[in-house]
Design a protein around this ligand. Sequence first.
Ligand code: MTE
Ligand code: CO
Length: 426
Amino acid sequence: MKKNKKNQSLKLNRRELLVGSASLGAMAAASNSVFAKEVSSKNLPPNVPEWTGELGDGVDVNPYGMPSQFEENVIRRNVEWLTASSQSSVNFTPIQDLEGIVTPNGLCFERHHGGVSIINPKDYRLMINGLVDREMIFTLDDLKRFPQTNKFYFLECAANGGMEWKGSQLNGCQYTFGMVHNVQYTGVKLSDLIQETGLKPKAKWVLAEGSDSSGMTRSIPIEKLLDDCMIAWAMNGEALRSEQGYPARLVVPGWEGNMWVKWLRRLEFGDMPYMTREETSKYTDLLPEGNARMFTWVMDAKSVVTSPSPEKPILNKGVHQLKGLAWSGRGKISRVDVSLDGGKNWKTAKLHDPVLSKSVARFTFPFEWNGEELLIQSRAIDETNYIQPTIQELQKIRGVNSIYHNNSIATWLVNSDGKVDNVRLG
Ligand code: MTE
Ligand code: CO
C-alpha cells in the first residue's frame, strides 16, 4: 500500500518533469539557467542521440580542461554597487551550483584590496625577521623542501553576509553566503618552518605582510601561528591561482579570511600586536554602546541551504533533496538542523562524509513539496556545542552597526509557484 503510493508520486513527478518542459523553460529563463536551452526529441530514448554518430574532440584539443559549455552559468559574480573599483572589491562563489565540499579553483571567490599581483615564482622570496634567532629569506623551492601537509580548510571573509545585518538585501544565495570557499591546501606548517629560524622567548606576535599593492598586513598571536597555520603553495592539487595569492599565501584555519595574507612576502616576529589598519579601523565591530569589538578572529558556526534557494527554485511537486553547507572555525560540525516553517519545528539533516575540522561539511534533507509556502532555515551546531544564532539573538549583543561576523540563520521563502526569496522574519 505504502509502496504503491510512493510509486504513484514518483510517476507523477516524472510526468510533470517531462511534459512540463515549456513552463520549466520559462522559469529557468528567469534564473538564466541552461534548462532554457531547447530539448531535441531526436536525442531522447529510444532514438540514438546525434553525438553517438560522430567522433568527438581528440586528446590534443583541451590541454587544460574547462567545464562543459552547458555549465556557463556556474561562475563567480560580483555586485555592481559593491564594485566601485574592481581592484578593491569582491566576487562571490556560486555555492548554489556546487556539490560535495570542494570548491573548484576557478570558482573560489576573490577579495582583493589592490588587485591581483602577478608574480614570477623565480622572483618570490619570503623574509622572516624580528624576534627570531636567525633572520632568513626563503625561495619557493626552499619552502617546498620542508615536510608538507595537505589539509581541507574553509576560508570565509568576515564580511560574508555583511549586507544582511539590518534586513534582507540581496536576493541570492551566492550574494549573501558566497564569500566562502573550501579547498585542500598543500604547504608547510609554520611550526616546522620556524624551527629553522628559531624564536626569541619574547616573540608573542607575528606580522604577516603581503606583497600586493594594498600592502595587506595583519597581526597573529604566535600560539595560533604555531598551532595550525601554514604557508600554502597549492590548492586542490595544483599551484595556487594568482587570484588566491600565487605563488604562496598564509593559511589561518577557522579564522577570518582577511588574515590569510596572499602573495605573502614577510613574517616579522614581535612582542605586541602591530595594530595595523586592517585590525583597527577595519575588521572591528561597532557595538551599540559606541565601543568596538576588535581581534574578532574566529569564524563562528554557520550554515546555508544552497538548494532550494533564490537561484534554485523548486521546479515540480514531489520529493526533493534540500542541500546545504555548514562550517565552524572552532572545529567540526556535529549537527545541522533544518526547518521548513521558519524555525517552529526542526529536523536533523544528514551530514555527509567527510566531516573535517575547520572545513565545510555537506548536509542534505529529503522533503516533499505540494505547492505550499515554506520558510526554509538551517542551523549549524559545532563540536563545542556552539549553536548558530538567529539574527535577533545576534543583534541583541551586537546591535545593527556591524558589517562583519554575521553568522545568523537565513530564511528562504518558497512561494506557491516554487520561486524562492531571501526574507527576514520577525
Ligand atoms: N592578502 C593580500 N595580500 N591582499 C588582499 O587584498 N584580502 C584578504 C585576504 N588576504 C587580501 C589578502 C581578504 S579580506 C580575504 S577575505 C581573503 O584574502 C580572500 O581570499 P581569496 O581571494 O582567496 O578568496
Ligand atoms: Co575579507
